[in-house]
Design a protein around this ligand. Structure first.
Ligand code: ADP
Ligand code: MG
Length: 282
């Protein structure tokens, strides 16, 4: 299981769109994905057509250390996409809810989350405070979607400095994903600058500017279910292959292995149900 925080101290750079689209693409490729909405604006919950559920991430933060793992499992809900699950957020979520920034990460492990998921993606609010710290401490890696503007590039340098000063043992920025790409001379110059500042970290796949991301949100639809053939979805598939270094053959084997596992789980459930039924008849 790999845990990834999607972070950028700027708002409106595509963090939520990235988290939601990447989570959908990974799930459709056969991976088991848990998306966590760690932002009180709960945009990721809306993007995945879930709204606010109860319990949600806030109840996990408010739990006692011994109660948090069970609360975490109780807060997971299914989405319309098979194998994509979510822990939603809520309007009241705030930094003050986080009394221990290690609680989330510890709960992941104590509840044995690695048995159930291949990837956990955590969407964060802009800024770096306690909620983001919780996510960073729970994560293996940090992915940073960014717009291609001077302040954005300057901001990323600052952000990396802040992260390593505040959380020297925490997860590091491992990938930077250029968003809103239009292939202009100016944007390409910013990409070149980013590559110099963060060698090996900037993805070769740049997410194009595409209205489809706004359209699906406005229409309350899910990108990979309703606009699978859009340019935006195609680029996200490409991006996911690059980010997770996916090999088609490996994916296929994984999907087949999972199918076998599911069939045997279903068979087992049928047997158990039958037994319960017999006992209740007796
Ligand atoms: N590649 C893109 N092309 C066009 N619009 C995009 C793209 N990525 C994101 N958007 C739109 O930009 C806005 C901000 O994106 P969002 O993911 O909410 O950013 P953040 O989570 O960083 O605040 C949203 O309206 C979203 O639909
Ligand atoms: Mg967001």
């Amino acid at each position: 299981m790999k845990i990834i925080s999607v972070l950028n101290h700027k708002g409106g750079v595509g963090k939520t769109t990235f988290t939601g689209s990447t989570a959908q693409a990974l799930a459709l490729l056969g991976f088991r994905v848990l998306a966590i909405d760690n932002d009180s604006q709960h945009n990721l919950s809306s993007l995945l057509c879930m709204g606010v559920k109860m319990p949600n991430i806030r109840q996990v933060y408010l739990s006692s250390p011994s109660g948090a793992p069970a609360q975490l499992l109780r807060s997971i809900f299914k989405t319309e996409i098979e194998d994509l699950h979510i822990i939603t957020s809520c309007r009241d979520l705030c930094d003050a809810d986080v009394s221990d920034p290690m609680l989330l990460g510890r709960s992941f492990h104590s509840c044995g989350l690695e048995r159930f998921y291949d990837y956990v993606l955590i969407d964060n609010a802009p800024g770096i405070d306690k909620l983001q710290e919780s996510a960073i401490r729970a994560s293996d890696e940090i992915f940073v979607p960014t717009e291609l503007k001077q302040f954005a590039v300057d901001g990323l340098v600052e952000m990396e400095k802040t992260l390593s000063a505040r959380y020297p043992d925490g997860a590091k920025i491992s990938r930077i994903i250029p968003n809103f790409y239009r292939n202009t001379i100016r944007q390409n110059a910013f990409i070149a600058a980013l590559e110099k500042l963060f060698p090996g970290k900037v993805t070769g796949t740049h997410v194009p500017l595409d209205q489809v991301f706004d359209e699906v949100v406005t229409e309350g639809k899910i990108l990979f279910l309703h606009r699978l053939y859009s340019r935006g979805a195609a680029y996200y598939l490409k991006l996911v292959h690059e980010l997770f270094d996916l090999d088609e053959e490996e994916i296929w084997e994984k999907v087949m292995a999972r199918r076998k596992q599911r069939i045997s789980e279903e068979a087992r459930e049928r047997i158990v149900n039958r037994k319960e039924h017999q006992e209740s008849v007796i």
